[in-house]
Design a protein around this ligand. Structure first.
Ligand SMILES: [Zn+2]
Length: 303
């Protein structure tokens, strides 16, 4: 099942909000520096419209229950919850360019996490080719402006993707993308098409999915994540708004103990290169489905 990896962890850092970018990224950079490990950061290239998620309270089954468990107000702060509602949404990448550049300067990877996180998450399933490509062109253009080079990696907001996005990634020189939940890297099939663009799924649950269920404090939750690791390849997604904020202690303990147990951390771009060298990547279908603890659908590796 796992393609030749031994006790490897790919740490994927999702930035969802402007606050997460400004405050959470520096917190995580210093945590990674302390442990001497590298990670892959994914940043929305457009505005923070977190406030739009407020409408999910009314439209999404299970959202209220989860919001209570995660502590939405403590996690995001009132101001962020107003972005796109009463306050204009700030530009996440453009207003924080020095932080973005610091990610790369410290040896980490920086990829794209959509243009508008909320918009992508809620609508990408319904978008046709034209709309999907328009959004991805816009996000790629900002990335190119900031870094002076073409993007090589993408992680779908909310793990929602469609076949038009996969086609765009294949046609535009991406090395891999990470849009799904699953077990191990694969070449995706979606909407009846097959794509030669490596897909690296998130294999572990996220903290917001298990908080209050697998544990309630940093110690019990880090133990839960450690016990969920396999001896092959593990991809863990953390969020700047959670592990880069009040759950930093949980991630810190997880990293420290997993290093003691002989695990190594690698950037997803390096994991992608290894997958290609090993040349034994299976083809799998991407389907929409559900994961425990998460409101709404996600894209999943069919197993
Ligand atoms: Zn996200």
């Amino acid at each position: 099942m796992n393609t030749g990896f031994h006790k490897t962890i790919g740490l994927k850092v999702d930035v969802d909000t402007y606050d997460g970018m400004r405050k959470g990224v520096p917190t995580l950079l210093s945590l990674l520096r302390k442990h001497g490990i590298r990670a892959s950061f994914f940043v929305p290239m457009g505005k923070d419209h977190t406030g739009w998620t407020a409408k999910r309270v009314f439209t999404r089954k299970g959202f209220l229950k989860k919001a209570g468990r995660v502590g939405v107000l403590e996690t995001y702060g009132l101001k962020t919850l107003m972005y796109g509602l009463l306050l204009p949404g700030p530009e996440i990448a453009r207003k924080a360019t020095p932080i973005l550049k610091q990610i790369v300067a410290e040896g980490h990877e920086a990829g794209i996490h959509g243009y508008d996180h909320v918009h992508w998450h809620d609508y990408v399933k319904t978008w046709g080719r034209e709309k999907t490509e328009e959004v991805l062109q816009k996000a790629s253009a900002v990335y190119e402006d900031v870094f002076g080079e073409r993007p090589r990696s993408f992680a779908a907001p909310g793990w929602m993707v469609n076949q038009h996005a996969l086609r765009f990634f294949r046609n535009n020189g991406f090395a891999y993308t990470s849009d799904t939940r699953g077990l191990s890297p694969f070449f995706p099939e979606m909407g009846g098409e097959s794509f030669d663009i490596l897909q690296i799924p998130t294999t572990l649950p996220t903290l917001d999915e298990v908080v209050g269920i697998a544990g309630t404090d940093a110690a019990s939750l880090s133990r839960f994540f450690l016990s969920s690791l396999t001896d092959g390849l593990n991809i863990l997604t953390v969020h700047t708004e959670l592990e880069g904020h009040r759950w930093a202690g949980c991630l810190d303990a997880f990293v420290r103990i997993s290093l003691e147990q002989g695990f190594t951390f690698e950037r997803l771009i390096d994991i992608a290169a290894q997958c290609k060298n090993q040349g034994i990547v299976p083809r799998c279908r991407i389907i929409y489905g559900y994961v425990e603890g998460r409101a709404g659908e996600v894209s999943r590796q069919e197993t």
